[in-house]
Design a protein around this ligand. Structure first.
Ligand code: AMP
Ligand code: ZN
Length: 112
């Protein structure tokens, strides 16, 4: 999508601090980190949020979770939280599917 911030990051039109990249997904550090380790993992194809995941596009989501498992191990982060906000009330501000990976500090439950 031409006016999507994360599609622009995928294309390289907006720079990002990359953690990992392959043909299906991209991981990069969040510009406003909420934990000592905070990166985002996104599919390279535009999916609006978890609410747009279906049988046709779900494989990339499974792949993203393998990437999260691998990259956190490489970074030495063994306790972390994976979050995806869906919709404005839940705090979604960028409408391209992304998984926050947060670690390196104590977390509370329930989340705010
Ligand atoms: P959400 O609010 O759950 O949609 O998450 C969007 C996240 O994208 C926020 O944590 C922002 O800090 C982050 N973000 C916005 N713009 C950029 C950018 N140019 N590079 C990296 N992270 C960004
Ligand atoms: Zn997009």
């Amino acid at each position: 999508m031409s006016d999507c911030l994360f599609c622009k990051i995928v294309k390289g039109d907006i720079p990002s601090n990359k953690v990992y990249e392959d043909e299906l997904c991209l991981a990069f550090y969040d510009i406003d980190p909420q934990a000592p380790t905070h990166f985002l993992v996104i599919p390279k194809t535009h999916i609006g949020s978890v609410s747009e995941v279906n049988e046709e596009n779900a494989a990339v989501v499974a792949h993203i979770f393998t990437v999260i498992a691998k990259v956190t191990k490489e970074l030495g982060v063994d306790s972390y939280r994976v979050v995806s906000n869906i919709g404005e009330q839940a705090g979604q501000s960028v409408f391209h599917l992304h998984f926050h990976v947060l670690g390196g500090r104590d977390m509370t439950w329930p989340p705010g």
